[in-house]
Design a protein around this ligand. Structure first.
Ligand code: NAI
Length: 275
């Protein structure tokens, strides 16, 4: 609880699903939450729910694909509250299907939301958090960002990129007072399975056949995510099924983070000597 009490947290994509549950859980734990979503009415409704339950929340209509809107939100948050302690870059969309059926418009849309949205958030908040000497950026990727799953070429492209961005940024941020984690959920029962597009197929045919027994609720996911954030985990894999899927992939990489720390130290030495 103390970890979040009176802290300022921005959650993107917070009108629905995992983001909504994160916003609610953060508020229950005492944080002041900024509920941001392209669905302004939905964001307002979530902020009202939080306030009705005794929490502190404000809301804003935000399109994460708009660089200036994202920067504006981060700066307004700091102007209003004096600081930003947590940024959850959670907004995301689903586009599935095989690469041979994807249009470039579909590629662009998913990269704009799932990747550029996260980059804009990091780019705006990271320097402020460095100046504060504290802050935690939590980016949402997916199990599909750690293990290539069928029919997810463009989704995996964005989510692998978010894992790469987050784990690389985490190395840089260590020592500057800023924490970075990446969330990799398995199946979570949210609206994304109603709104996702599937190139070359009727979404219903695919989405209705997913193994529902492996689905967790958004509330369960939010609690698991915040447990990982509290422990400052680097990669927070959510659901047992997700952990199993990723397990095989990760078995081959036990030494990577140690090697990476040594490389980062050497990189900083070179940077200093070049200055
Ligand atoms: P959701 O569809 O319930 O919520 C996503 C929210 O993002 C919606 O409220 C939507 O309006 C908002 N959004 C979409 N485009 C936006 C934009 N341009 N600007 C601002 N907001 C925008 O989906 P869910 O499942 O809660 O997804 C949250 C995150 O979790 C996404 O990044 C998704 O890729 C990721 N994820 C979800 C999984 C699942 O099984 N539900 C599994 C793995 C990752």
């Amino acid at each position: 609880m103390a970890k979040y009490a009176n802290k300022v947290a921005v959650v993107t994509g917070a009108a629905s699903g995992i983001g909504r549950s994160l916003a609610q859980e953060l508020a229950r734990r005492g944080a002041r939450v900024v509920v941001a979503d392209i669905n302004g009415e939905g964001a307002a409704a979530v902020a009202r729910e939080i306030e009705a339950a005794g929490g502190k929340a404000s809301w804003v209509r935000l399109d994460v694909t708009d660089e200036s809107e994202v920067a504006g939100l981060i700066h307004k948050t700091v102007a209003d509250h004096g600081r930003i302690d947590f940024l959850f870059n959670n907004a995301g969309i689903g586009v599935g299907g095989e690469a041979r059926d994807l249009t470039l418009a579909q590629w662009r849309r998913i990269v704009d939301v799932n990747l550029w949205g996260v980059i804009y958030g990091c780019h705006a908040a990271y320097p402020i958090m460095i100046r504060q000497g504290s802050g935690h950026i939590v980016n949402t990727a997916s199990v599909a960002g750690l293990a290539p799953l069928p029919g997810e070429v463009c989704y995996a492209t964005t989510k692998f990129a978010v894992v790469g961005l987050s784990t690389a940024l985490r190395n840089e941020a260590a020592g500057l007072g800023v924490k970075v984690s990446v969330v990799c959920p398995g199946f979570i029962d949210t609206a994304i399975f109603e709104t996702a597009e599937i190139a070359g197929a009727d979404p219903k045919d695919i989405l209705e056949r997913l193994p529902r027994k492996f689905f967790a609720t958004a509330d369960q996911a939010a609690r698991e995510i915040l447990a990982g954030v509290s422990r400052n985990k680097d990669i927070i894999i959510v659901t047992l099924h997700g952990k199993l899927v990723v397990g095989l992939y990760r078995l081959s990489r036990p030494l990577w983070s140690a090697v990476n720390r040594i490389m980062m130290r050497d990189y900083r030495k070179i940077r200093k000597s070049a200055a």
